[in-house]
Design a protein around this ligand. Structure first.
Ligand SMILES: Nc1ncnc2c1ncn2[C@@H]1O[C@H](COP(=O)(O)OP(=O)(O)OP(=O)(O)O)[C@@H](O)[C@H]1O
Ligand SMILES: [Mg+2]
Length: 262
């Protein structure tokens, strides 16, 4: 249960600015969805929060400056699922998910019974039990993606960063993974920031959307305010209709045939 405060975060690669002075406050238990076209800066923001790229500005978890934390302390606060994880093919799914427990294992210690039971539990929840002893190199892309999500969940951090965590999953496993994150969020006040390209899913599962383009925030707020056909047309150069379910207010983005002249 942790609040994340981002003050003027910028990410620069050489002379290319990927993210320009991004500020936000994410209260404990909130799920923020990052959306925006390819190259908008979503992954750069998540990588900065994960401490994997240099950034300008400051970040705080419950008022504690993340710049002052060592890797291990940071890893007890923030788990991160990268868009394109590097996966060792010659490790079993169980061994890989157990890596999520590293921030809790002493330098000379091994995994405890508790660490192993956390891993068992996450594998069960993601219906990965049958893959536990399989080598990662022999799993399908979607199975591997679920194992990577399992590793992040096994880290049991109050803050979870997900970069396109369901891009390779079939519709059933997509829903299962996002429902699991929702369940954990409610049970443990997990704070979540995710990049999701599927705008309907992004609107359905998150509390609030932040739309980036060219490294800047161009819209933020509830899905029904951010996801308008006009804005999506202008930002993504796409023809869509946006329907709002009269029953539950869900915002549904439907791509249409057509072509927007640029
Ligand atoms: N390692 C890097 N070196 C140089 N430029 C980079 C690097 N990583 C990203 N960029 C550039 O920074 C900008 C933002 O990239 P980023 O990966 O954050 O976008 P994104 O919103 O996650 O896009 P996508 O939807 O394609 O995943 C892009 O212009 C990209 O080309
Ligand atoms: Mg990305």
């Amino acid at each position: 249960m942790s609040e994340l405060t981002l003050n003027g975060i910028s990410v620069q690669y050489g002379d290319r600015t990927a993210l320009r002075s991004f500020s936000d406050g994410v209260p404990a238990g909130e799920w923020v969805g990052l959306i925006g076209p390819n190259g908008a800066g979503k992954s750069s923001l998540l990588r900065a929060v994960a401490g994997l790229v240099q950034y300008g500005g400051a970040m705080y978890v419950d008022g504690v400056d993340l710049a002052g934390l060592g890797d291990r302390d940071r890893a007890q606060q923030i788990a991160y699922v990268p868009q394109e994880p590097l996966i060792p093919g010659d490790m079993t799914a169980f061994e890989y998910v157990l890596l999520g427990r590293n921030p809790y294992i002493g330098y000379f210690g091994g995994a405890s019974r508790h660490d192993r039971s956390v891993v068992d539990d996450v594998l069960d929840r993601l219906r990965l039990r049958e893959f536990a002893d399989r080598m990662l190199g022999a799993l399908s892309g979607g199975e591997r993606q679920r194992v990577v999500l399992a590793r992040a969940l096994a880290q049991e951090t109050p803050i979870l960063l997900l970069d396109e965590p369901t891009s390779a999953l079939d519709i059933g496993h997509q829903q299962q993974a996002l429902e699991l994150v929702t369940e954990l969020r409610e049970a443990q006040q997990l704070t979540v920031i995710s990049a999701l390209h599927d705008l309907t899913l992004a609107g359905t599962y998150t509390d609030r959307l932040v739309m980036l383009d060219h490294g800047e925030v161009i819209a933020a707020g509830p899905a029904r305010e951010v996801l308008t056909a006009e804005r999506l047309g202008a930002v993504y150069r796409v023809c869509v209709t946006v329907d709002v379910d009269p029953e539950d207010g869900a915002v549904i983005v439907v791509p249409r045939r057509g072509f927007l002249a640029s």
